[in-house]
Design a protein around this ligand. Structure first.
Ligand code: HEC
Ligand code: HEC
Length: 376
């Protein structure tokens, strides 16, 4: 219990702790007593077997540390990650026990969905393509295509009650989990709670999502680790991607997340009535038709593409950026810069660009046994 509490200290609690320490420095014997008490808390104790083990994230070269992005009230623990993984793959979170998160977020597709629109438990169809779940621990600009949820913890609460997804209520899910002896024990071990509530479920799932890190693709081995060479075609594709030729790097970036995680209109429509994107969150006209830039990591396996899954292949995506960019009031100025209707790439350019995009494939991520279904 002591350890869990000390890990959960907020900034405010920490600063008040600081002033307590100052006060205590005047009363040396008490300081000694305090120190003895604190160290006692850190010893495993038969009466308090629920000590958690810190989870040490393995961050590949080229990606920043994640510590500053992890909420103070949900520190990474081995127990929390394991619990989140179990929940992510467990259909117990859906109304009729048929659909887990992994039903629409499949590891072999970069935790995305090969269907254009995902189907809810009763066969109802959504209007957006399921997003990949890759390196989201670093995203600070909101989740979903329109960025409407601020944290992974907030996001994880939503699919459960979404009518076109898991279509149930949190009281129902809480009742099912609290009636399950295994979950009772696992939640006790990870969060030291006796009642399993929605917020703790969301915390555990968020912990699992934070370990879904991809940073060991061919691109990384070349650009960040400098351990291999790219082919000539891939290199030409890189120059197009990273320069005026195709100008992809402005929004998708280079080196780290392969996205700026910000909201842009990349010129796909002139009429946004089907989905107004970021505008639905901000109500600002300037945000009509803007969507969050997705990462291009593992893009070879996350088809179909765009918020409505309109493109089945990378070739179609590249054709869009090359020839079919549509002007509108909110189009990103960068899209217009590349030229009339697009970058006007030759067939050779397109082949090279696609060869380069495929260097973002990270086999180790798509097959990592630690990300797979742990349930029997
Ligand atoms: C029926 C299919 C379906 C199920 C089940 C589902 N999702 Fe999703 N998920 C989607 C779709 C579709 C989107 C995009 C929705 C949007 O932007 O409005 C999405 C978006 C997300 C995102 C946002 C990614 C980003 O980059 O912002 C995360 C994270 C996520 N889902 C996690 C989960 C978790 C955790 C569960 C289980 C509790 C879950 N999903 C269950 C279809 C599904
Ligand atoms: C102005 C910013 C911007 C530029 C420049 C840009 N993109 Fe995008 N890209 C986006 C946004 C925003 C989306 C999502 C749009 C949507 O879903 O409506 C996107 C989506 C994509 C997707 C689909 C990803 C998925 O998971 O569905 C691919 C692939 C892609 N871009 C590749 C490229 C390539 C290749 C280039 C250069 C030719 C490029 N982008 C240039 C902003 C940009």
């Amino acid at each position: 219990m002591c350890l869990t509490q000390s890990q959960n200290l907020t900034f405010r609690q920490l600063s008040s702790l600081n002033s307590v320490m100052q006060l205590m420095s005047r009363f040396y014997p008490f300081v000694l007593l305090f120190a003895v008490l604190v160290s006692a808390c850190n010893q495993p104790d038969d009466n308090d077997p629920y000590l958690t083990t810190p989870y040490v994230l393995q961050i590949p070269q080229g990606l920043p540390p994640m510590d500053a992005f992890i909420p103070l009230n949900n520190p990474m623990t081995v127990e929390g990650v394991a619990l989140g993984r179990k929940l992510f793959y467990d259909p117990i979170l859906s109304g009729d026990n048929t659909q887990a998160c992994a039903h629409c977020h499949k590891q072999e597709f970069g935790f995305g969905d090969p269907r254009q629109f995902s189907e809810g438990i009763d066969g109802s169809i959504g209007t957006r393509q399921a997003m990949s779940i890759i390196n989201l621990g670093w995203n600070q600009f909101g989740f979903f295509w329109d960025g409407r949820e601020a944290t992974l913890e907030d996001q994880a609460l939503k699919p459960v009650t979404n009518p076109v997804e898991m279509n149930t209520t949190w009281p129902e899910v809480e009742a099912k989990l609290n009636a399950d002896a295994t979950y009772k024990l696992l939640f006790k071990q990870a969060y030291n709670v006796d009642y399993i509530d929605s917020l703790t479920v969301a915390k555990a799932i968020a912990q699992f999502e934070r370990i879904l890190i991809s940073g060991n693709s061919k691109f990384d081995k070349w650009y960040n680790q400098q351990s291999i060479q790219l082919s000539e075609s891939e290199l030409r594709g890189f120059i197009l991607y990273n320069g005026e030729g195709a100008d992809c790097f402005h929004c998708h970036g280079l080196g780290g997340l392969i996205t700026d995680n910000r909201f842009h209109n990349n010129g796909m429509d002139t009429d946004f009535s089907a989905d107004e994107g970021r505008y639905l969150v901000t109500g600002n006209d300037a945000d009509k038709g803007k969507f969050r830039t997705p990462t291009l990591r593992n893009i070879e396996f996350t088809a179909p593409y765009m918020h409505d899954g309109r493109f089945q292949t990378i070739e179609q995506v590249v054709d869009h950026y090359s020839q079919h960019i549509l002007p509108s009031a909110t189009i990103d100025p960068l899209m217009e810069l590349v030229g009339n209707g697009g970058a006007q790439l030759t067939q050779q350019d397109k082949d090279d660009l696609i060869a380069f995009l495929k260097t973002f494939t990270d086999e180790g991520f798509l097959t990592n046994p630690e990300f797979s279904n742990p349930n029997p």
